[in-house]
Design a protein. Structure first.
Length: 482
């Protein structure tokens, strides 16, 4: 399916026309990174990359798109002719989807012409920011559940149908077991799940009849919603009746609570089920659940088996967006060489790091991630060498990484597109989810905890630190002279 290249901010197109008319279209390198962790957490789970690659491979203008642009009276016919044959032809280096990442380190590099790079900015940030946000939220929730199953139930609360699909994809990467979104199940091969609505129970002459009918229709996958009338009265009593009937047939059931005190009700229901001889019946809970609620109930050893989470998962909850940005890092000079570029701001956190960069992740002998080192792509990072890790902003803050502290390192940015085409086979969503789960195991729980996480170090090499400071000093001197 084609992705319309009109999925871009309008000013990208006006800038592109300006570059094209002035014949100013050098080769450039742009970085995508984010500035602060969402949810007051300690990390982000990088997601959306393979979705982005699919879109970029079909990123074009059709005749309707061009007719619309022509109707605006802003774009010249010659420029619209240029857009008619547009295809993304650049190279992309990126962190693998499903990798744990941190603020101010490049997650993706785009190598292409200036016009090309401008056009894809909106699509790139829209895809990666949202899916990384939701994948991170899902990871926080699944980690809080300590092995419990998390079902994504967010379709009706998501930001439009497109947002719902992206959220289902990202939530699965973050660790959710299933989705209620049937279209997401079809497109992404995510397992589907669902129980019943209160309207099902109310549509029958009795609660017991509604339960029996559902069990008859869906034996072996029956989950009964028991809080329509009286959770600890008729709800659990009728569920036990049906549960025992199904047990005789060799089937087990589940019960779902969607209201009330989940801690008290779950404990009471577990006792009633066990006393009735139904220890295999799973308890499913929903009702505006957050990761803080999950963590509290799990720490209190409340007997909950499955978590159905919607609103606070697919919307990002307390954070509506990830603050990922896309900045020019290098541009082709007069002689064809790449010249590092740097955005300088009065706010130190908005001053970018210049140059074509790579990120190396260092691990200890037990496989634990220690710190990430950002350096220039052509720097020689080798085993058996002591390294100084410099703080990205504070000139006097650094620490030494001695050879006895690390056992290995790996570069994180690897080619994923060349000449506008995917460079390797597309991983399945299950493979990306497995990578994410495995990647999280490399980080000490202090980095992953919900409240006041330990800060993971992202540092600069000595060479990159010097380049950044030299350019900063030179720009300040130039500003004073002007």
């Amino acid at each position: 399916m084609r992705t319309s290249a009109l999925i871009t901010d309008f000013y990208e197109l006006t800038m592109m026309q300006g570059y094209w008319l002035k014949r100013h279209n050098p080769q450039v390198v742009f970085d995508m990174f984010y500035r602060t962790n969402p949810f007051e957490g300690g990390y982000v789970l990088f997601a959306g990359l393979n979705d982005l690659i699919d879109k970029l491979e079909t990123f074009t203008f059709d005749e309707e798109d061009l007719s619309y642009l022509a109707s605006l009276g802003i774009f010249k016919a010659e420029f619209l002719d240029y857009l008619r044959s547009y295809r993304f032809t650049g190279d992309i280096y990126a962190v693998a989807e499903g990798t744990v990442v941190f603020p101010n380190e490049p997650l993706l590099r785009v190598h292409t012409s200036l016009i090309d790079a401008q056009l894809l900015e909106g699509l790139l940030l829209n895809t990666l920011n949202f899916q990384s946000l939701i994948a991170t939220k899902a990871a926080r929730m699944t980690l809080a559940s300590r092995g419990g199953a998390v079902m994504e139930f967010g379709l009706r609360r998501a930001q439009g149908s497109d947002g719902a699909l992206s959220a289902s994809r990202a939530a699965f990467i973050g660790g959710c077991n299933s989705t209620s979104n049937t279209l997401a199940g079809k497109i992404f091969s995510i397992p589907l799940s669902g129980t019943m609505a209160h309207s099902w129970v109310m549509a029958f002459d009795s609660e017991l009849e509604s339960f029996r009918t559902y069990a008859e229709l869906y034996p072996g996958s029956t989950a009964l919603l028991i809080d329509t009338y009286d959770t600890l009265g008729s709800g659990i009593e009728n569920a036990i009746i049906v549960g025992l009937e199904e047990k005789k047939k060799g089937h087990s059931i589940g019960v779902r609570i969607d209201s009330g005190d989940l801690s008290y009700l779950s404990r009471e229901i577990r006792k009633r089920l066990d006393d009735a001889g139904l220890p295999d019946t799973k308890i499913i809970v929903s009702n505006d659940i957050t990761e803080e609620i999950v963590q509290t109930l799990v720490q209190d050893e409340v007997p909950i088996d499955v978590w159905g989470i919607g609103t606070h998962l697919v919307t990002g909850g307390t954070n509506s967006s990830l603050n990922g940005v896309y900045k020019l890092a290098a541009m082709e000079g007069p002689g064809g060489e790449f010249v590092p570029t740097m955005k300088i701001s009065n706010s130190y956190e908005k001053t970018t790091t210049p140059g074509i960069k790579q990120v190396w992740r260092f691990y200890d002998k037990d496989g634990g991630a220690i710190a990430d080192l950002v350096g220039l792509e052509d720097e020689a990072i080798e085993m058996g060498v002591d390294y100084i890790f410099y703080h990205p902003f504070n000139e006097g803050d650094f620490f030494e990484m001695h050879t006895d502290r690390y056992a290995r390192f790996e570069p994180l940015l690897k080619p994923v597109m060349k000449g506008g085409k995917r460079t390797c086979p597309k991983p399945t969503l299950t493979e990306i989810q497995s990578r994410a789960r495995e990647n999280l195991t490399h980080f000490h729980r202090t980095y992953l905890r919900q409240i006041n996480p330990h800060i993971y170090k992202v540092s600069l090499t000595e060479q990159l630190k010097k380049l950044k400071m030299d350019k900063l000093v030179a720009q300040r001197k130039k500003s004073r002279q002007s």
